[in-house]
Ligand binder design. Structure first.
Ligand code: SF4
Length: 252
């Protein structure tokens, strides 16, 4: 073997090691514009004399994107969604919002009329009451992220139907994965039942922490229910739930 053949052999060996390493890192596809040493073209459209290699890797690209970028991409997808019948009656999609500084995720059932008009969650009378409830335990919208089980308004503020919840569920599931909340607070029966996969009513579920895939979940009444039944007893129950949330955040 002469010197030039040895050199080619070394180069091929280095190439092999390089591609093995890329494979281990998740690169699934390599495209060349010129196959080195063969004079043949690869799958590219080039015909350059150099061995220009373009690499594609779904895993690598996913890893490069920050969770913030992935979250923004998710919101873009939600805003365009037409997966269920609510798309035909909504004015705006309401993906959710909040500063998430304390990593507390609030989940309601669905946008109301005002939310549907503005594309923002909890901005009507329920939202104003929620702000007061948050303030009572020294939290603000900047501390939490708030969203709903379904991102489009069910007509007449009815509860979301099973097929709508099923269609919209992957968005909430992905939001939870990306936001990584320390604690989830569900507002009202549909949210608690959906996340806990139970038929038990909110009256039995509230007042204690449950578990959502390793994340503590605290169900409480929806502010809209409180507005409808603004009794001392109901307000006391919500206050007890919020005190539990405050204590959890102080201890955690
Ligand atoms: S409720 Fe959810 S699944 Fe249905 S159209 Fe709106 S975003 Fe899509």
């Amino acid at each position: 073997m002469d010197r030039s053949q040895e050199k080619i052999k070394e180069l091929l060996y280095d190439f092999r090691r390089y591609f093995d390493q890329l494979k281990e890192e998740g690169v699934e596809y390599a495209e060349t514009t010129h196959l080195p040493g063969t004079g043949e073209r690869g799958t590219g459209s080039g015909g350059h004399s150099s061995a220009a290699v373009r690499l594609r890797s779904s895993r690598k690209q996913e890893g490069v994107l920050s969770s913030g970028e992935r979250f923004r991409a998710l919101v873009e997808t939600i805003l365009k969604c037409k997966k269920c019948g609510l798309a035909s009656t909504r004015k705006c999609v309401v993906p959710g919002e909040g500063g998430n500084k304390r990593r507390v995720l609030f989940v309601g059932e669905g946008p109301g009329a005002e939310e549907d008009r503005l594309g923002r969650p909890f901005v009507g009378r329920s939202g104003q009451l929620l702000d007061k409830i948050l303030a009572s335990i020294s939290l603000s919208r900047q501390d939490i992220y708030i969203t709903n089980i379904v991102k489009c308004r069910p007509p007449g503020n009815r509860d979301p139907q099973a097929d709508e919840v099923i269609a919209c569920w992957p968005y909430l599931e992905e939001q939870i994965k990306l936001l990584k909340p320390r604690v989830i607070v569900t507002l009202g029966s549909p949210a608690a039942k959906t996340l806990l996969n139970t038929n038990t009513g909110i009256g039995m579920l509230r007042g204690r922490f449950h578990d959502y895939q390793g994340t503590p979940l605290l169900p409480t009444y929806h502010p809209a229910y409180l507005l409808r039944s603004y009794t001392l007893e109901n307000r006391k129950k919500v206050w007890e739930d919020m005190k539990m949330l405050r204590e959890f955040l102080d201890e955690d």
